[in-house]
Write a protein that binds this ligand. Structure first.
Ligand code: HMG
Length: 396
């Protein structure tokens, strides 16, 4: 696993001051400290390519081993051409490769993950691996209650028959779905509309439904302790509420629930608190955060995973942390993408957001200065569109 984030971020204490609310509302009330903000040269394709590039570089695996590439996203860059095709080109994946995009709000990446598990279980892999990339930019209207829960980033994962970090259990996943209007993004908008408090209720109902279904399906396995749980994290407080709901279903009292949150969930919230909601990748960023903090202590232990996508669909499933995980994670320099970021002032952030609408129509700048600038970029770059309105990317 590996992740990528935009080069810029906003401190939520700065945003709170600008919006006239106490910083504690965002930091303690929502449980988030910073939100990632994408610039004009960044989009879900560049984030996906950066995450996958790091994944290959840090795992020692090669793009030539990939037989299936699925991109989960709710920030598509085209109504037809999938991000997976751009990724196929940028990474140089093999021609004999199944490539497509999945959408179901934040659940889209998990839909891709389970598709890959079935591909492996069916014997279609023939020794190859699946590349699953979750990539999104979370945007809400400026000044809306959703604004402090924005973010952006991508998580790339390799799935194979010989897992090196976490071993998932095929066929043992609890599901829940319901037709609700908790969060939506009409085709003409770049930012999402949301019925915020209702969405929290929908998330918790979906958690109860998926967890109960998992307990029914898993049988005796459900009696084995899950020492940690990673949740979908639109903001940290949501994961806390989710854990409270699960502890209630398990019949635990309030004091035990509170203690359990600090051991079972808090370590998985450290990276998400510095990035914000990354939609499809959110659950998997929380898993990276957990492994980064505790992989050695968790060797051979089972953990819970909960994926939620508005609209809505959810699954509760489990995994076993491998013995190799700690060595692999420590060789990866997991948090490196967060070290080189630039802090934006609120006027800088608002100017970027105001420019979002134009990015899909921006012609490629062919000036010598722009070309020189591109030659100096080490990471994938969105350049604009060509005269046929095709998106153009550069990557040295
Ligand atoms: P709001 O209504 O402005 O906030 O927005 P609030 O008044 O509910 O306050 C939030 C919390 O801060 C409350 O705690 C307050 O008490 C506390 P809670 O009661 O929830 O425990 N608070 C303070 N704490 C400390 N010091 C203070 C202070 N003031 C208040 N001074 C809302 C909150 C979540 C509605 C908003 O941010 C929103 O609409 N966010 C976007 C939607 C969202 O993230 N929903 C989550 C579930 S749906 C989901 O996860 C799917 C999603 O990822 C999309 C997808 O699937 O694609 C979003």
């Amino acid at each position: 696993m590996s992740f990528a984030v935009p080069q810029a971020y906003v401190e939520l204490s700065d945003l709170a001051t600008a919006r006239g609310v106490p910083p504690s509302k965002y930091i303690d009330g929502l449980g988030t400290h910073q939100m990632a903000v994408a610039g004009p040269a960044e989009d879900p394709v560049t984030l996906a390519a950066s995450a996958a590039q790091r994944l290959f570089a840090t795992s020692g695996r090669s793009p030539s081993e990939i037989g299936l590439c699925i991109v989960g996203t709710e920030t598509a860059v085209d109504h037809s051409k999938p991000i997976a095709s751009y990724l196929h080109g940028l990474l140089g994946l093999p021609r004999a490769c199944r490539v497509f995009e999945t959408k179901h709000a934040c659940f889209g990446g998990t839909a891709g993950l389970f598709n890959a598990i079935d591909w492996l279980a069916a014997g279609s892999a023939r020794g190859r691996s699946a590349l699953i990339v979750c990539t999104d930019i979370a945007r809400y209207p400026i000044g809306s209650p959703g604004e402090p829960t924005q973010g952006g980033g991508a998580v790339a994962m390799l799935l194979s028959e010989r897992p090196r970090l976490v071993e998932l259990s095929p066929g043992k996943s609890g599901c829940y779905a319901q037709d609700v209007h908790d969060f939506w993004r009409p085709l003409h908008r770049k930012d999402a509309l949301v019925d915020g408090h209702f969405s929290v209720q929908c998330y918790l109902d979906a958690l109860s439904g998926a967890y109960e279904d998992w307990r029914r399906i898993a049988g005796d396995e459900a009696k084995r302790p899950l020492v940690r749980t990673c949740y979908h994290v639109p903001y940290g407080k949501m994961a806390r509420k989710a854990h409270q709901r699960r502890c209630q279903l398990d019949g635990l009292d309030e004091a035990t629930t509170e203690a359990r949150f600090h051991t079972d969930v808090a370590p998985s919230l450290r990276l998400p608190a510095q990035v914000g909601n990354i939609y499809t990748g959110s659950l998997y960023l929380s898993l990276i955060s957990l492994l980064h903090a505790e992989a050695a202590a968790l060797a051979n232990q089972h953990i819970g995973l909960f994926s939620y996508g508005s609209g809505c669909a959810a699954e509760f499933f489990t995994g076993r942390v491998t013995e190799e995980a700690a060595a692999l994670i420590s060789a990866m320099d997991v948090a490196a993408p967060l070290r080189t970021r630039t802090r934006l002032s609120i006027p800088e952030y608002e100017a970027l957001r105001r420019g979002d609408a134009d990015q899909d129509r921006r012609p490629v700048d062919k000036s010598p200065e722009a070309s020189q600038l591109l030659r100096e970029q080490a990471s994938p770059h969105y350049c604009g569109i060509d005269p046929q309105e095709r998106r153009v990317y550069a990557w040295q």
